[in-house]
Design a protein around this ligand. Structure first.
Ligand code: PEP
Ligand code: MN
Length: 286
């Protein structure tokens, strides 16, 4: 078993009080308030991301997600809109006062990602050490997803690369691991969430969408994540999932997101937390 060396920066002992990562736009992850980040798997076109952003803002979520540089299993699947996708995401987010999160697959993409509040390292790149080293030299928040087959120790050691290189603004994300179960896309590992919260001072959020791969499980897993002590969620929502270019079957519909935000409240209160609500004024007339 890989052991994290004593004295590592990622360990809880290094910062017993916990780390709060502040996203530009004043959203704090890792504090008392639970932060829901939501949006489509991928930015597909202007109308789609604008509609999705309306749904996210109307639900009171402070952060808009949307992939532009997409890591797809098949080279024949939609690869994302790249730089144009980033521009559409940032426009939709900034019009509504939302922070934006999107994936970075290669340091060469960083110039196009100026203005993105939170840089996501996807599960497939958790041990892309060249990428981690490049991000470690930035003073920008990074969302580090757990690889589908990584142990908690490996995940934390990947985070150590970021901290050791000088970037302390790291949020971890559990997104399901590969198991023998085929009824779900992955298996949400809530024990890893509880364990990571003990082992490290970094905030830990949960992606129930990629864990489940199916919309009907997303709310239940989200509530369980909140009860288990997660600091937030990364959840997929699409205005018309049937037309989505990727991951439509796991995308919530806009009313589902509003309902989820409502159902999170009593769970969060039960564990002494609050829900981070963005002011609900941010519907934009087009
Ligand atoms: C995503 O969030 O769109 C994504 C590709 O997730 P993961 O890296 O967890 O598969
Ligand atoms: Mn997806």
């Amino acid at each position: 078993m890989q052991q994290i060396p004593t004295g590592s920066l990622v360990l809880r002992e290094a910062r017993p009080g916990g780390t709060v990562v502040e996203l530009p736009g004043c959203v704090e992850v890792g504090g008392r308030a639970f932060v829901v980040m939501a949006g489509p798997c991928a930015v597909e076109n202007a109308a789609q991301i604008e509609e999705a952003a309306d749904a996210v803002a109307a639900a009171g979520c402070p952060v808009l997600r949307g992939g532009a540089f997409k890591p797809r299993t098949s080279p024949y699947s939609f690869q994302g809109l790249g730089e144009q996708g980033v521009r559409l995401l940032l426009a939709a987010a900034s019009r509504r006062g939302l922070a934006a999160v999107t994936e970075v697959m290669d340091p060469a993409e960083l110039p196009a990602l100026e203005g993105v509040a939170l840089l996501q390292v996807g599960a497939r790149n958790m041990q892309n050490f060249a990428l981690l080293k490049a991000l470690s030299r930035l003073q920008r928040p990074v969302l580090l997803k757990r690889a589908a087959s990584a142990t908690v120790e490996e995940w934390l050691l990947a985070a150590e690369y970021l901290l050791a290189g000088g970037n302390a603004q790291v949020i971890l994300c559990e997104r399901g691991i590969r198991t023998f179960e085929t009824a779900t896309r992955n298996t949400l590992d809530l024990s890893a969430v509880v364990l990571a919260k003990q082992r490290t001072h970094l905030p830990v959020i949960v992606d129930p969408s990629h864990a489940a791969g199916r919309r009907d499980l997303v709310a239940g897993l989200s509530l369980a994540a909140a009860a288990a002590g997660a600091d937030g969620l990364l959840v997929e929502v699409h205005p018309r999932p049937a037309e989505a270019l990727c991951d439509g079957s796991q995308a919530l519909l806009p009313p589902d997101l509003r309902e989820l935000m409502r159902r999170l409240l009593p769970v969060l209160h039960g564990v002494g937390r609050e829900l981070w609500r963005a002011p609900a004024q941010r519907m934009v007339a087009r």
